[in-house]
Design a protein around this ligand. Sequence first.
Ligand code: GLP
Length: 241
Amino acid sequence: MKVIITKDYEEASDKMFEEMKEFLVPGKVLGLATGSSPLGLYARMVKDHKENGTSYKDIKTFNLDEYVGLPLTHPESYYAFMHTNLFDQIDIPEENTHVPSGLGEDLEGQAAHYEEMIRENPIDIQVLGIGSDGHIAFNEPGTDFNSLTHVTDLLEPTIRDNARFFDFDMDKVPHQAVTQGIATILRAKKIILIGTGENKAKAVKAMVEGPITEECPASILQKHDNTVIVVDEAAASLLSK
Ligand code: GLP
């Protein structure tokens, strides 16, 4: 894995956009993430679309994950997040965008169907953030490295971290999610991960320098042959070199 250390979040977002830019051409399949970390990247994609006319008409997207049980209209659903922060501001057709469904009777069946769609549309570049416990998408510590898209229980650190989006009330945070599995993510041809701020420093160290272990899901990225990790100085502060 290649590690790029930047001064701050803005510079990290610039780097993420630089990595992404060559993939913004017809026929490409983008893997997208939610959370605060990719917001700077999405703002740059919107600006580039508006100023340079980069078109998304023939680009497809697949998101990593979704909460179970939130209506699509809930502002914190990942479906709504993606529409607000990216899809509604570019020219991508709705049918080209995919966010796993966290609603319905047969969540596992829907997850299997989502996995199938990604197999048919291999992801060219996957955007990732990282949880403070080392999770990627919603693959929490202990998740099987061979996992495919599945329904999962969220662990307490993740519920606590995400409570800031739900009036700081942990009871309002959904306790389950549908997520691409680790094996799904690793099939992406290129992976770009952004981690910024002191809160991510421990997870970044475990991801980059720790043993490859299911206790730190992101550590498996050491085995992926085309991964770029973009971290700011605060998130990189525990790295030994
Ligand atoms: C959630 C998402 C992850 C994301 C993580 C970190 O758990 N499922 O994909 O990487 O949050 O979020 P943030 O970027 O807000 O720190």
